[in-house]
Design a protein. Sequence first.
Length: 328
Amino acid sequence: MTATKEMPTPAGATPPASARVSPPKPRRQGGFGERLTPYLLILPALVAVLVLLGWPTIQMLLISLRRLDLRELVTGKLVWVGLSNYTDTLSDPEFWSVTIRTVLFTAALVAATLLVALLIAVLMRHLNPVIRICVQVALVLAWAVPVIATTTVFQWIFDQQYGILNKTLDKLGFHSFIGYSWFSTGGSTLAVIGLLVLWQAVPFVAFTLYAGLIGVPREQYEAAGIDGAGPFQTFRAVSWPAIRPILTMVTFLSVLWDFNMFGQVWAIRQGGPDGQSTTLAILQYLKGIAGSHFGSAAAIATIMLVLLLAVTARYVQLLVRTKDGEIA
């Protein structure tokens, strides 16, 4: 077999065609139809969102500018009052007390939910498989029970005469709880409602955070152990960066759910006693459905929407600043 030797090309000479390297051809830009395809694909979902959410929102804004009581509802008469419903609502001391109560109650619920769910998520990561499955099944069962059924169970647990909680406290030596009413004050009523919401909200948040924890490679924990990091230092250096974006997401969802909560508060005591556990969602119902002042109820709903839009804007801002799975 004869070996061929490549001869160098003299200076100034044109290299042979086989040795020439042609520049890469520029990528051909797609036509108008290709650029339009992604927008056409999301168009059905966008139309559905506008119809299902946008149109009711517009109707709510229009109703908030009208006087729509039972008389106008029956006669069908349009009475435009402008911003009168908003001024009446914002000048009502009851509205501000209910708003402050709702904000504080929501903040306490969200903080407690995140703390308990995070502890359970970390615990599930360190349990052996059998016990972990038992905990997960218990969480799923607590999550799957309907709201009204769970509310009824809690009402029986905290019942003044027949509740198992008072009987258990009496057996433990706390005899002052015999016949104690957990629904006699607004604070204790909200505490019971908070426990009820925790029971139903923790499973979803715990599973979500647990999914983020198991996504962390085990080698990172081993490296932290080799470096001499303790449990808290390992969590802060390894686990926390992984679940921080997820924690932001579930915080946002929890704020939306707890701020608009209606079923649990209404089923427990309808906002009682004496309106001391009334939240904005309950106030909106009392003004609209119960009181037949639908214009005022729409104004309250619009104010709630503005508050939630502020929370949503903050969440979108965090999403925009997210880079490589971490919040900047």
